[in-house]
Design a protein around this ligand. Sequence first.
Ligand SMILES: Cc1cc2nc3c(=O)[nH]c(=O)nc-3n(C[C@H](O)[C@H](O)[C@H](O)COP(=O)(O)O)c2cc1C
Length: 337
Amino acid sequence: MKIGNLDLGQRPVFLAPMEDVTDIGFRLLCRQMGAAMVYSEFVAADALVRMVNKSLKKLEVCDEERPVAIQIYGKEPEAMADAARIVVEQAHPDVLDLNFGCPVKKIAGKGAGAGMLQNVPKLLEITRAVVDAVGAQVPVTVKTRLGWDHEHKIIVELAEQLQDCGISALTIHGRTRSQMYTDQADWTLIGAVKQNPRMHIPIIGNGDITSAEKAVEAFERYGVDAIMVGRATFGRPWIFREITEALDPTLAGRRVEEMSIDWKLDILKEQTLTSISRLGELSGIRHVRRHLAASPLFKGIPDFRQTRIKMLQADTVQELFEVMEYTRDLLHRLPVG
Ligand SMILES: Cc1cc2nc3c(=O)[nH]c(=O)nc-3n(C[C@H](O)[C@H](O)[C@H](O)COP(=O)(O)O)c2cc1C
């Protein structure tokens, strides 16, 4: 599939934008694991326009992680267009994505992110302003949800309107704003957008892809052009390899190479070191705790609670790696299968 002129291959799998997660180190790791494109954390348009350092830092990208999308959010057309120009000038992203899906109160409550779903004319005005500002240089895309709430699932009509604004692809998270992250993502409406004969831009499906089986189903049952994986990457960046191998018709379900316990543990250690090299020892460790806490690698180890607590409380790399090496022994002692 293609977004603008950017060729992303057959049935590509993307890393979802996630605040405080998809920094440059994690994006690079996920690309190495097989993500076809990676998204930055969302960046506030207002802050970019005011040249706030912390936000400008989020525009740092490296060539090895390309293709990379930078995502911005905001609620004023002018600020969004100005921010888009800044992003293009500073980061030269492969895609510029607009966030109309963030459900958290401090964003959506102020009318930005998913809050825009309550003001569709403004949402479309912003989209047109950004396409006008930078659409000639970079494909502009949108990520949103099904609608504001159960009574207002507007995505089928909204998708057409967004396409008419000139966007190059649309990502749909199969939940409403009201659902936040509860319930199961509903893929039927994502499928309905894809089936709409008026739609010709690529549709990227998102929500609850937690396994290779679910990824295959997303493509085969709902017909999406790409999928995007978020939370299931926590402590499991190799999910991209699991999915891409399952999707590769030449492999017919075979594994290219066994992903061993040692290999996975070493990936998590490498991720920790990368994080430390960027943020310093303590902040770097804190930054990866979410991944260590969620990692399926440690599930099923008997009596793991105390070791897990030690792992999540370690605040030097030496301490943390000692616990991880001890855990390696525990993992090797697990019965095979
Ligand atoms: C910690 C966290 C941060 C997120 N930050 C963003 C963000 O900055 N921009 C965005 O569009 N979505 C954000 N999301 C939503 C995800 O991109 C994705 O749509 C959602 O998690 C559903 O996909 P999943 O079920 O694969 O996790 C965030 C989600 C989480 C859990």
